[in-house]
Design a binder for this molecule. Structure first.
Ligand code: ADP
Ligand code: MG
Length: 738
């Protein structure tokens, strides 16, 4: 056989086992198998300790056979074998086989075996029924583990760990991985083993130190791939030409600043300068603006738009939902006042026009707006995805602002950018605090600005957990509190995790459940959990609240994604005007809804929401001067869930919560749109581990150097190949978010 490469199909190397690996674990090539890393290692030279395990657990134990008895079975034909093994401390467990055949000649007193199986009790003694085992002193089998460490893999039906290690020995004899992805210079500089060595050290380790070195190397690989792609993207956007967009003295921006009813915070000023400097450049701005809800991003973005208009261009603001687009349009109009009504009665001649473009507009309305955009009187267009459509043309698009980035993909952003003559400047706003490591990976091709202080006068939100089962009186108190706030002229939100009428596979429901599941499944092999109690729905809660004595006389209405668009708008408008006291809603209110008079939020089944989402949601209250109150109602008795809620209640620091969120979830869930792929997106790299943060930073520097020297990567074929390979299968999904 010729040399084995990563692309070699497994069935050419392994025969029958290849089918099982394909069927049960989706492994098709040698490369797939190499990436199927052992989950842990057992030292075959050291006797095990049964005491480390409890009943029902999967046991991996090195033990000596002390007796073996074969006897006929009562109910069936054939003989059974019971072999008793003793661990390092003299504890015993029986290995039971209901067909002795084949085992009786092997499991003889005196031999040492590595046994695996589920620990059960039978007549008050420990038992493993039909365990897997390997004879460690056996010439053939024991030799497979001659170096002492036994790699343990995720279970693959009908393929034992022993089979896998044998397969690895075979593969490594002829493996040729081609040029190493990490250039030799960098390997030497960082004292990294080669990729081939790394794989060998993980699958056929001599000791645990090797395992560590190998993991370090592969983590670096993961970081380097991502950072190389990002460095390429940065280089590309830096090579693009853009038109500088500067505010003119005495122009629209200056007029706006003059009439602004407040002064910008120090943070807003710094960010405004960063943006102005970017937009003055020859290359397109590529900036991420992050800041808590209410930190004043919109004003900052609007000032950038006005600078663009001053320079003769137009600006587009892309919002993820219709409700949000409308709200942006309203608040931009309000901030601009007469400066937003140029050419109209009472309009200011230094001003411009603002237009809204959404999918639900009539054809006639759309056509009028489209014409105004292409001929030029409209300086600011606010819209949803409708903005991206082909028939939308601009006179001269100079700035694109994208709100709530995580809901748009790269293609959509690019589609909008393509409507400009030269690459427009791009400002992305996000209210979801992004941990630095995620920012470095997911948004690594952008410069970032952060608004970390809230404008003056803002009161922090107080959050409390209401355990509804334990303390029903607290829930009653919560509704009383809502009534008290309303009595003082304020309004309240009640948020539910679902609508309540959905068929089982409703996307809104399953998305939430997926999130919930992702947040709570830590182990690699999820165990079957008890079915969850159905979540509170808007419809049910609306009925309940309308009947509650505590809320008698209050105007309670609902809002959710499946109401007709006009009804949604009407409800939102009525709530904004203060004609609704209590709004029962799904997470449709999550982003951007801005009613400063709303001061209380009650979150039903709060344990069903993710940490970042809870934080995002509670940002909807306390936008006025009255401060805000958020009540997290839960019936959960799960300690981890309660702990999560208490931690959300304990801090309003969105960045701390984002880190916590990341800690509790798996990276794949944070970065990727879906986890459905057979591998998680980052296999070894942990965005929350301190040493990995350093590694990502190192890789970022290295990647930038490499790309500066040769952006095509042709000088490093190994790296080029790894980037191509990984980009296809694992990274594309999360780069899409950048
Ligand atoms: P974000 O978009 O970050 O959620 P907004 O820009 O909508 O925040 O600002 C929230 C509210 O605070 C708005 O009503 C806005 O007018 C007001 N605001 C913004 N900047 C300031 C400031 N520097 N001082 C006082 N109020 C401000
Ligand atoms: Mg906003």
């Amino acid at each position: 056989m010729a040399g084995i490469t990563k692309a070699t199909p497994l069935d050419r190397v392994l025969g029958a086992a290849a089918k099982k690996l394909s069927k049960h674990r989706g492994l098709e090539t040698v490369g797939d198998l190499l990436d199927f890393l052992p989950r842990r290692y057992v030292d075959a030279r050291r006797m095990g300790e049964l005491a480390e395990f409890s009943r029902g657990e999967h046991v991996v134990l090195v033990a000596n056979v002390v007796s073996a008895t074969t006897r006929p079975m009562r109910q069936r034909r054939g003989k059974m074998l019971e072999a008793v093994v003793e661990d390092g401390q003299g504890e015993r467990v029986s290995l039971v086989f209901f067909s002795a055949y084949g085992h009786e000649t092997r499991l003889r007193p005196g031999v040492r075996a590595l046994c695996r199986g589920e620990l059960q009790t039978y007549r008050q003694s420990w038992q493993l029924a039909h365990p897997d085992y390997v004879l460690l002193d056996d010439e053939d089998e024991g030799d497979v583990y001659r170096d002492g460490l036994v790699p343990l893999y995720k279970t693959v039906k009908q393929v034992s760990d022993l089979n896998l290690t044998k397969a690895m020995r075979l593969i490594f004899e002829q493996l040729d991985l081609g040029p190493d992805p990490v250039p030799q210079e960098l390997r030497e500089q960082h004292d990294l083993v080669t990729q081939a060595e790394a794989y060998r050290m993980l699958h056929l380790p001599a000791d645990l130190a090797e395992v560590e070195r190998a993991r370090h190397r592969l983590r670096y690989d993961e970081a380097l791939v991502v950072q190389t792609v990002l460095a390429q993207r940065r280089a590309k956007s830096r090579s693009e030409q853009s038109t500088p967009r500067l505010a003119t003295p005495g122009g629209l921006l200056a007029a706006f600043d003059e009439q602004l009813p407040f002064v910008l915070t120090a943070g807003q000023k710094v960010v405004a300068e960063e943006i102005a400097a970017d937009m003055a450049g020859e290359h397109p701005m590529h900036r991420l603006l992050q800041g808590e809800v209410g930190s004043g991003k919109t004003v900052v973005a609007l000032r950038a738009m006005l600078a663009a208009i001053d320079s003769g261009a137009q600006a587009a603001l892309l919002a993820p939902t219709e409700v949000l687009a409308q709200q942006h349009e309203r608040s931009i109009r309000a901030l601009l006042g007469s400066l937003g009504q140029r050419g109209m009665l009472g309009g200011d001649d230094r001003g411009t026009q603002v237009a809204l473009l959404t999918g639900s507009m009539t054809k006639k309305q759309r056509e009028k707006v489209l014409l105004d955009i292409v001929t030029g009187p409209v300086g600011i267009v606010v819209g949803t995805h409708a903005l991206i459509e082909k028939n939308v043309m601009f006179a001269d698009l100079g700035l694109v602002v994208v709100d709530e980035q995580h809901r748009f993909g790269v293609e959509q952003r690019d589609a909008l950018r393509d409507k400009a003559i030269r690459a427009p400047h791009l400002l992305v706003m996000t209210a979801t605090p992004i941990p630095r490591t995620v920012a470095m990976t997911t948004f690594g091709d952008m410069d970032t600005s952060t608004l970390s202080e809230l404008p003056k006068g803002r009161q922090p939100i107080a959050t409390h957990v209401v355990p509804a089962l334990d303390r029903p009186a607290w829930l009653t108190r919560a509704w009383e509190k809502v009534a008290e706030e309303v009595a003082e002229g304020h309004q309240a939100y009640v948020v539910c995790p679902r609508i309540g009428d959905e068929p089982v596979d409703d996307p809104e429901l399953t998305a939430l459940e997926r999130m919930w599941n992702a947040a709570d499944s830590e182990g690699d092999e999820p165990e079957d959990e008890a079915p969850l109690r159905p979540m509170r729905g808007v419809l049910e809660v609306l009925d309940d609240l309308r009947q509650r004595p505590e809320l008698r006389g209050l105007r309670v209405e609902m809002l959710h994604g499946r109401l007709p668009a006009e009804e949604k708008d009407a409800v939102m408008a009525a709530f904004t005007r203060g004609e609704i006291d209590v709004l029962v809603a799904t997470t449709v209110i999550e982003v951007g809804v801005d009613v400063p008079n709303a001061t209380v939020m009650v979150l039903m089944d709060a344990d069903r929401f993710g940490i970042s989402q809870l934080h995002q949601l509670r940002g909807r209250v306390g936008r006025g001067e009255g401060g805000g109150l958020c009540l997290l109602v839960t019936e959960s008795e799960n300690e981890a869930s309660l702990d999560r809620l208490h931690r959300v209640a304990a801090t309003t620091d969105g960045f701390a919560l984002a880190d916590l969120d990341l800690e509790l979830r798996r990276e794949g869930d944070v970065l990727g749109a879906s986890q459905s792929g057979r591998r998680s997106q980052l296999r070894l790299l942990r965005l929350t581990h301190r040493e990995d943060i350093a590694l990502i930073e190192q890789a970022r520097t290295d990647a930038t150097d490499l790309v500066t020297k040769d952006a095509s990567l042709m000088s490093w074929p190994g790296l080029e190949a790894m980037v191509g390979e990984r980009l296809d299968e694992t990274q594309a999904a999360f780069l899409e978010r950048g």
